[in-house]
Design a protein around this ligand. Sequence first.
Ligand code: ZN
Length: 407
Amino acid sequence: MRAWPAPDLPALPRTGAAAPVLVHDSTTRTLTEAAPGPTATLYACGITPYDATHLGHANTYLTFDLLQRAWLDAGKRVTYTSNVTDVDDPLLERATATGVDWRELALEQTELYRTDMTALRMLPPATWTGAVESIPAVVDAVTAMLDAGAAYWVDRDVYADLSADPAFGTVAGLDAATMRALFAERGGDPDRSGKRHPLDPALWRGEQPGDPSWDGGVLGAGRPGWHIECAVIARDGLGLPFDVQGGGADLLFPHHEMSTSHARMLSRPSGAGARVHLHAGLLAYQGEKMSKSRGNLVFVSRLLADGVDPMVIRLALLGHHYRDEWEWTDAELHTAQRRLDAWTAGLLTAHDDGEPAARVLDEVRAALAADLDAPRALASVDRWAANPGGSADVLAATVDALLGVEL
Ligand code: ZN
């Protein structure tokens, strides 16, 4: 798919070596260097194109945007791959419920997402692949898993045999009962008869009457499962293993557990998927988790249509640590607008005796390297804005390149 245009990224002055960028790995539950080498590879699980782009999405992709900005500033060569799950059960269900062709719904919502990401100045992926585009590669991967004994047939569907992967379960580290409950809650089919194990996920769904399907070669007509889609797109965009796989906190299980297992199967004998798993906290609104099923979504496009500056939306989200679970209120926009106004005013009133902009640059860099601590970075710029000094150009370049906020 065609991604959106990249925002300009000003170069920042540097003296001395960059600090390693540490993030919270959901597997080890410790701070870990996200990409220890000179290159950095990131896969962020993309949207299913309906109900795009709500603030929960924006908050998640902002997390990975910050990570890339920190990596780029540290001099790493960054490769970012993402996907769009442009055929899947929830999309088809929404299309049927609203009487819209599923292709039109996917196209319209993908375009909306692209527009929102551009307005929010998110760095675009180098490879942005739709599920439909990935089908030939998924067919090859599923066929290879069948040949290797890592998959099996149930009627006309193909399932992964998780017993072929001794490392299954190590990503999320959950007990059997929790895994089964989350699998059922989040799109899995633990009770399907004929499966070897309740948790085995579908890799290929045979053609169903009324559903779209594609030629699967020896798999027969059908469509791909979700977890294998991400494993294949990540492999083809980044190679295996890669540094970071990320998404919203509700993707840890089963999605990242399963897609990492599939990646291991596809890269045997070395057998490795993502090194680090990174998850953004979920937002609440009106007292409940913001979710499609509850319908309590706040859309970026709605805020933009109401005249909210996209930099205000960005600052409102940056005001909370990416791992926090917090509740969105309209007050967030007022706080962020005041902050943006103060920073902009600071550029005009910077004077020789004020807080040096170069110190802000050091502090923002240090805050991002410490688990993408955006609130700490904002506090540093706030202090500067209260007594602005040094080079206004350095300050503007700092918040642009590292925080993506254009003043
Ligand atoms: Zn994914």
